[in-house]
Design a protein around this ligand. Structure first.
Ligand SMILES: [Zn+2]
Length: 277
């Protein structure tokens, strides 16, 4: 049944692309782009946004049961404000997704993650590693892009299977919910993103942060620190976000092409927020 659905979506995807060559801007259709679009179409058909939201709500509830949110209202509001600014620029987000940003009180974990439906969480360990708002915005942009590009939906459909996902969204298989929430929070590598999705999230996420007015070099600074990092907290980040050096080089190449590179860092405000951690 699932295979038939996928085959149908693939076939209709390819037909739509062949019938509409203007789609590719009049240029040559690139096979990798075509495959990306076909995969996206499969996901859109298999797990529509309403279902993704339903699943996301359940996973967010589970995540907040398993983890302690930071008690400082100022910290929560600060991160939510930066996140909303960045998310507002993610204009390619599918309709129906509403982003939320929350801080988990855990200084030992240097990570951030997104759940289906746009629930984004940052660990206090990552907030402490960053030195300004532009660095935070770069990681939030990256997580927003995992949602806007439907990477999470794709990863879930591929890793868990459609029937089970739909079941969980509908309130069945509750015993699988905690495991799934843990996997998505980066505690397990089974559902970690692939290299391509990581580059794709960087490519889309950095412009979100820059359009929100932030210094693009924030990405290079923060990801440079993440790459150098040692200790178990960093291993969690590396398990859920493969971090080859090309990612930093790619971002630098992307920044070199940007017209406006003079975004803000809001370092003073960021330092003030850190005092609450
Ligand atoms: Zn990522």
């Amino acid at each position: 049944m699932r295979l038939h659905l996928v085959a149908f979506a693939l076939a209709s995807g390819f037909l739509a692309l062949i019938a509409l060559p203007a789609h590719a801007g009049g240029g040559m259709l690139r096979l990798d782009k075509l495959l990306d679009q076909a995969e996206r179409m499969v996901t859109d058909t298999a797990l529509p946004i309403a279902k993704e939201n339903q699943l996301g709500k359940k996973l967010a509830k589970e995540t907040e049961k398993e983890n302690k949110l930071h008690s400082s209202k100022e910290v929560q509001q600060y991160v939510a404000r930066v996140g909303k600014k960045v998310a507002r620029e993610a204009k390619d987000t599918p309709k129906g997704i509403k982003y939320t940003f929350k801080v988990i009180d855990d200084d030992e974990t240097v990570n951030a993650f997104a759940l289906p439906g746009g629930h984004i969480y940052v660990y206090s360990g990552l907030l402490k590693l960053a030195s300004d708002e532009a660095e935070l915005a770069s990681v939030l942009g990256h997580e927003v892009a995992h949602v806007s590009q439907r990477h999470i939906a794709e990863r879930l459909v591929a890793g868990v299977g459609l029937e089970k996902l739909i079941g969980i969204a509908a309130g069945k298989h509750q015993e699988d919910l905690a495991g799934l929430a843990g996997q998505l929070a980066g505690q397990g590598a089974m559902l970690s993103f692939g290299r391509e999705q990581e580059s794709d999230a960087d490519e889309h996420g950095l412009p979100y942060a820059v359009a929100a007015g932030y210094d693009p070099e924030g990405f290079v600074r923060l990801f440079g620190k993440l790459k150098k990092g040692e200790g178990p907290g960093f291993l969690v980040f590396l398990a859920s976000h493969p971090l080859p050096s090309e990612r930093i080089e790619d971002a630098q190449a992307q920044i070199a092409k940007m017209k406006d590179k003079k975004g803000k860092t809001n370092e003073a405000a960021y330092r003030k927020m850190l005092e609450q951690l």
